[in-house]
Design a protein around this ligand. Structure first.
Ligand SMILES: Nc1nc2c(c(=O)[nH]1)N[C@H]1C(S)=C(S)[C@@H](COP(=O)(O)O)O[C@H]1N2
Ligand SMILES: [Mo]
Length: 310
């Protein structure tokens, strides 16, 4: 059973939440205390500290994308290349048992079951996700800071990057029969990016467990980067010395950089990145540097030429 403790939310419910979603949240809450009381080999986190307040620059103009849209218009190429393939096929992916291996340059490698990952202090974060194809969504994620997990395994001084890997399931993933990408899907971050409090591992959205098409049972969300960095259905997180190979970068390095910070000034060879269309909107809007999170993250890139490191 999936259970969440009620996240300290900065979501303005009046602005967005349809009644049925509110009801499903209450159902989740009913079981929360019992789950938290159970013992675990992977001890509970010491606490999240002050919740990160995450407000996109034009928050007032931002409306949460309807659930129906964000769960039927997806990129999850393991389940096919079409936007509706993931919602059609990802249901078949077995979500239990599920483990995430955390290894590499760490003092305490661990294999963490999803039940223990759900015990991390969960928060609700309303983030925009912008795809390099020029569309974006605003999604209330439930998750915890990736840094919380990384700290537990104690990165060594040699750890400079973090490599991520998605599950590979021949039986349920029709997309991996085609060599579109080098399967399994892989992504990577620099260690300081991964430790940034805005980078989260999400286990839910709209107050419920993640739908399979959105990367159940656990996926990365890095809101200041293009959507392809936010790898779904993660099974392995490896700390490494050198910049790891990543699936899209290997396929087309001139189109998909390792950094992939949202940048309206650097065009993708096939798509301008100056504007975007919110899924559900008719008109396009301006794309913001770092997807609107510049105040929080720009310092990570001080001194770097972001045209060269796109
Ligand atoms: N494993 C995996 N993760 C993935 C993808 C994928 O094809 N496979 N697509 C990426 C891309 S291109 C985008 S835009 C986002 C979309 O996330 P969403 O469907 O939850 O909006 O997931 C990213 N994560
Ligand atoms: Mo994307």
């Amino acid at each position: 059973m999936l259970i969440f403790s009620r996240p300290a939310s900065h979501l303005r419910e009046s602005a967005v939440t349809p009644r049925d979603l509110v009801l499903s949240r209450r159902t989740l809450l009913a079981g929360g205390a019992a789950a938290l009381a159970m013992g675990t080999a992977f001890p509970a986190a010491a606490g999240f500290g002050a919740p990160t307040t995450v407000k996109p620059a034009d928050a007032a103009a931002d409306t949460v994308t309807p659930f129906k849209s964000s769960t039927t218009y997806n990129n999850f190429y393991e389940f096919g290349p079409g936007k509706s393939d993931p919602s059609r096929y990802a249901n078949a992916l077995p979500l239990r048992p599920w483990q995430v291996v955390v290894d590499g340059e760490v003092a305490k490698p661990a294999t963490v079951g999803i039940e223990d990952l759900l015990r991390f202090p969960l928060e609700e974060r309303v983030y925009r996700l912008r795809c390099v194809e020029g569309w974006s969504m605003v999604i209330p994620w439930t998750g915890f800071a990736l840094a919380e997990l990384l700290k537990r395994v104690e990165p060594t001084s040699r750890a400079k990057y973090v490599a991520f890997q998605t599950a590979l399931d021949m039986k349920t993933m029709p997309g991996i029969r085609y060599p579109l990408l080098d399967w399994p899907y892989t992504e990577g971050l620099r260690l300081d990016e991964a430790m940034h409090p805005l980078a989260i591992l999400a286990v839910g959205m709209y107050g419920d467990p993640l739908p399979p098409q959105n990367g159940a049972p656990i996926r990365l969300v890095v809101p200041w980067k293009y959507g392809f960095k936010s790898i779904k259905s993660v099974v392995r997180i490896t700390l490494v010395k050198d910049q790891p190979p990543t699936a899209w970068n290997r396929l087309q390095p001139d189109e998909y950089g390792f950094y992939a910070n949202v940048n309206p000034d650097v065009s993708h060879p096939r798509w301008s990145q100056a504007t975007e269309r919110r899924v559900g909107d008719f008109f396009r809007r301006k794309t913001l540097p770092f997807n609107g999170y510049g105040e929080e993250v720009a310092s990570l890139y001080a001194g770097m030429d972001l045209r060269a490191h796109y």
